[in-house]
Design a protein around this ligand. Structure first.
Ligand code: PLP
Length: 229
């Protein structure tokens, strides 16, 4: 079942790229394996997938310990400052950086180990009360500070669009994220690149790709419904 789903998702990504003249090499699929057991992750791995997403630090660390070391672990959940230290050397990309205090902590914990964190800034484009993230305005206040960091590299932006029955309604939020990345790039800060746009989930990844996503995060569409106990 998982392999079938995966084929299906990869097919849709490929088709969306073809219809929109997008180089499909530029769109990376992240299999969001949160709450899912290791054998199901290995099913994707055996199919050739290497990028997986987790939203809880402990789960990501456990899976990191048990599963093949060539897996790239994407941390996509809300990150508490006291847990940053557990991700050092294990997270390939942290998608969910949403405050200056968190940036300070990442800088500190990575510096201690002599490592550099690759991160994305999470933007709450639709300004939903229930979501974490910078607003498109507030992120601007931290760019100067970010350009001084030595052990944190900002690689782009991430957003979680609102839940909707009609994914086309999210096109405007994806567009806004892309426009924001262009605005930030134009400011030419040191240490801030805008090569990645992490946007699009099971319900709206095709729309996100059309709007320029470089990373899509698909969970349910691959693993089926999650079972939260
Ligand atoms: C759970 C999650 C996903 C995957 O959601 P699906 O709708 O199951 O594809 C993507 N991004 C984030 C940040 C998540 O927490």
């Amino acid at each position: 079942m998982i392999t079938e789903n995966l084929k299906n998702v990869k097919d849709k990504i490929k088709k969306t790229c073809e219809t929109n003249n997008i180089d499909s090499e530029k769109v990376r699929l992240i299999c969001v394996s949160k709450t899912k057991p290791e054998n199901e992750i290995m099913e994707c791995y055996d199919f050739g997938e290497r990028d997986f997403g987790e939203n809880k630090v402990q789960d990501m660390v456990d899976k990191y310990e048990h599963l093949p070391k060539d897996i790239k672990w994407h941390f996509i959940g809300h990150l508490q400052r006291n847990k940053v230290k557990y991700l050092v050397g294990k997270a390939y990309l942290i998608h969910s950086v949403d405050s200056r205090r968190l940036l300070e902590q990442i800088e500190k914990d990575y510096k201690k180990e002599g490592l550099t964190a690759n991160v994305l800034l999470e933007i709450n484009v639709a300004e939903e009360e229930s979501k974490f993230g910078y607003t498109t305005k507030s992120v601007m206040d931290d760019l100067e500070y970010i350009s001084t960091l030595e052990n944190v590299k900002v690689k782009g932006l991430m957003t979680v669009a609102p839940y909707t029955e009609n994914p086309n309604e999210n096109a405007k939020y994806f567009k806004k994220l892309r426009e924001l990345s262009v605005d930030i790039m134009d400011k030419k800060y040191d240490n801030i690149s805008m090569e990645f746009l992490s946007m699009g989930m099971t319900g709206d990844y095709e729309v996100a790709i059309k709007e320029g996503a470089t990373h899509v995060r698909v969970g349910t569409g691959i693993f089926g419904e999650r079972n939260y106990k």
